[in-house]
Design a protein around this ligand. Structure first.
Ligand SMILES: Cc1cc2nc3c(=O)[nH]c(=O)nc-3n(C[C@H](O)[C@H](O)[C@H](O)COP(=O)(O)OP(=O)(O)OC[C@H]3O[C@@H](n4cnc5c(N)ncnc54)[C@H](O)[C@@H]3O)c2cc1C
Length: 421
C-alpha cells in the first residue's frame, strides 16, 4: 500500500503507531496542547500528564478559571445541589500533575507550522493537538433568538451564569405562570438533558408555584427515555407538563424576547420564562481550525479520535461525530482516555491498546427517582459502534430508583475527580 495522508488517518492506531517514530528520549520533550478544559479536555490533559510521567510537555488552554459542569446543573435548578458543588478549578491539574494551565482563548491554529495562537497573543507549538471545545449554537436556528437575547431567554446549555439566571427566573415566575422550553433537534449535547430539566423545573414549581404550567415545544417526534419521563411526569407532576411535538407545531417555532412571546406554528403564547435550546454545532474554534464537515461537527478516526482532516489533531467530546455515542460528559471522558493513549503511543512509543468506550446517562425525575441509560462501544473501521446497552424500565420500584439516583451521585464524584484530579 502506498501511504498518503488520507490512508494514514484511516489505518488507525496499530498502523499509525508503527509508522510514527516515537521521539527519542533525551531530545526536547514532545509537546501536546489541549484546547478546552471541559469534560474531554481536562481528562485528556490529566491522563497525558499522569500516564506520561513527565515524558511529554502538556499545556491546557481554557478561558475560564472555574469549570461548571452541565452534568448535575439540572439538579442545582431543582434544588438538589449547591451551585458551588458543580464548580471545578484547574489547580490540581497544575500542581498535582504538572499540566501547564493557560487561561486564554484559542483563536487559531497554523497546521503547517503546528502552532496554536491565543487571544492574548501567545503562540504554542505542538507535536500533537487535542481539540475539545464543546458546542456552539447554530445562528438563526430558532427565529427571533440570538446570543444577544440569552439573558431574556436563557439557554443554560453551557453551565455557569446562564444556569443561575434560569433558576432565578423560574423561582420568580408569577403564580400560575408558564415556563416554556424550546427543545433542540438531534444531534445535541445530552439527549435526556432537556427532559431531566423539565422534571427539575416541575419539582420546584410543584413546591413553590403549583398552578404554574410547563410547555415543551419539540421538533423531535420522540426523545431519549421518553416512556420513563412520561411515566414519571404523570406520577409526580400530573397535569403540569404539556409536550408539543412536531405533529402539533413543535417544529415550527419562533420567539420574541422583547414581548416574551412564542409562536408555535401560528399560535402565539405569552410565557413567563422561555428556555431556548437551539440547534447545535461543534464549538466555534473547531470551524476556524477547519476540522468540521457539513453537519457542523468533526469527523474522527474511531480507533484514536484523530481528526479525519489532520492526523496530528485529535478531537473529543461534543464537537465530534462519534458514531453511536451520545454527546455526554461520560462519553467525552471515555474518548479522552483513548485519545491520550494514542497520543502517548505516537510520541513516546508506549503501548496502545484497542479502543473501548462507554457511557451512562442518569436523570433525576423527582426526589430519589433516578433512571439511567447506557452502553459500551468499540471502534470499527466505519464508526464508534454500540456493543451492548441497558436502560431503566418503567414500573420499577422505589428502592431501585433510589439506588439508581445514589449511583449517579457516586458517579459524579468519581468522574469529576477523574477529570480534574
Ligand atoms: C443540562 C445538561 C445536563 C447534562 N447532564 C449530563 C449527565 O448527566 N451526564 C453526562 O455525561 N453528560 C451530561 N451533559 C453533557 C455534558 O455536559 C457534555 O456532553 C460535556 O460537557 C461535553 O464535554 P466537552 O469536553 O466536549 O465540552 P465542554 O465540557 O463544554 O468543554 C468545552 C470547553 O472548551 C472551552 N473552549 C471553547 N472554545 C475554546 C477556545 N476557543 N479556546 C479555549 N477553550 C475553549 C470551553 O470554555 C469549555 O470549558 C449534560 C449537559 C447539559 C446541558
Amino acid at each position: 500500500m502506498t501511504l498518503n495522508r488520507r490512508n494514514f488517518i484511516e489505518a488507525g492506531v496499530a498502523l499509525g503507531a508503527a509508522l510514527s517514530a516515537p521521539r527519542v528520549i533525551g531530545q526536547a520533550r514532545p509537546k501536546v496542547v489541549v484546547v478546552g478544559g471541559g469534560a474531554g479536555g481536562a481528562t485528556a490533559a490529566r491522563y497525558l500528564a499522569k500516564d506520561g510521567k513527565g515524558a511529554m510537555d502538556v499545556t491546557l488552554i481554557e478561558p475560564t478559571r472555574t469549570y461548571y459542569t452541565c452534568f448535575f446543573s439540572n439538579l442545582y435548578i431543582g434544588g438538589f445541589r449547591e451551585f458551588s458543588s458543580i464548580g471545578h478549578s484547574y489547580g490540581e491539574l497544575a500542581s498535582g500533575y504538572g499540566v501547564n494551565v493557560v487561561h486564554d482563548w484559542v483563536v487559531g491554529v497554523d497546521r503547517d507550522a503546528s502552532t496554536v495562537a491565543t487571544a492574548a497573543g501567545h503562540t504554542f507549538p505542538y507535536d500533537r493537538l487535542i481539540v475539545a471545545p464543546g458546542i456552539d449554537f447554530v445562528a438563526g436556528a430558532v427565529p427571533g433568538w440570538s446570543a444577544a437575547a440569552q439573558n431574556k431567554m436563557p439557554h443554560a446549555w453551557k453551565a455557569g451564569s446562564q444556569t443561575q439566571l434560569l433558576k432565578a427566573q423560574i423561582e420568580s415566575m408569577p403564580e400560575g405562570g408558564v415556563y416554556c422550553m424550546v427543545a433542540p433537534p438531534n444531534p445535541y449535547r445530552c439527549p435526556p438533558g432537556p427532559y431531566e430539566r423539565v422534571s427539575m423545573v416541575a419539582h420546584v414549581l410543584k413546591e413553590k408555584n403549583p398552578t404554574a404550567k410547563i410547555l415543551i415545544v419539540d421538533p423531535k417526534a420522540k426523545f431519549s427515555k421518553q416512556a420513563l419521563f412520561q411515566e414519571g411526569w404523570t406520577r409526580h407532576y400530573d397535569g403540569m407538563i404539556e409536550w408539543v411535538g412536531p405533529d402539533f407545531g413543535g417544529a415550527n417555532v419562533s420567539v420574541n424576547p422583547d414581548t416574551m412571546e412564542v409562536d408555535i406554528d401560528g399560535t402565539v403564547e405569552t410565557v413567563d420564562v422561555c428556555n431556548v435550546i437551539p440547534r447545535q454545532k461543534a464549538g466555534h474554534i473547531a470551524h476556524v481550525m477547519g476540522l468540521t464537515e457539513s453537519s457542523g461537527f468533526c469527523p474522527i478516526v474511531p480507533t484514536t479520535m484523530q481528526s479525519r482532516m489532520d492526523e496530528n489533531i485529535h478531537v473529543l467530546g461534543d464537537a465530534t461525530i462519534a458514531g453511536d455515542m451520545p454527546k455526554s460528559g461520560f462519553s467525552a471522558n471515555s474518548q479522552a482516555k483513548v485519545a491520550a493513549m494514542a497520543v502517548r503511543g505516537a510520541l513516546t512509543g508506549s503501548r496502545v491498546f484497542p479502543a473501548k468506550y462507554s457511557n451512562t446517562c442518569w436523570s433525576l425525575i423527582d426526589t430519589d427517582d433516578g433512571v439511567k441509560v447506557g452502553a459500551s462501544y468499540q471502534a470499527t473501521d466505519e464508526k464508534i459502534a454500540k456493543v451492548d446497552g441497558f436502560i431503566s424500565q418503567t414500573g420499577e420500584d422505589a428502592a431501585l430508583r433510589k439506588a439508581t439516583y445514589e449511583e449517579s451521585v457516586g458517579w459524579y464524584a468519581g468522574i469529576t475527580t477523574d477529570m480534574f484530579g
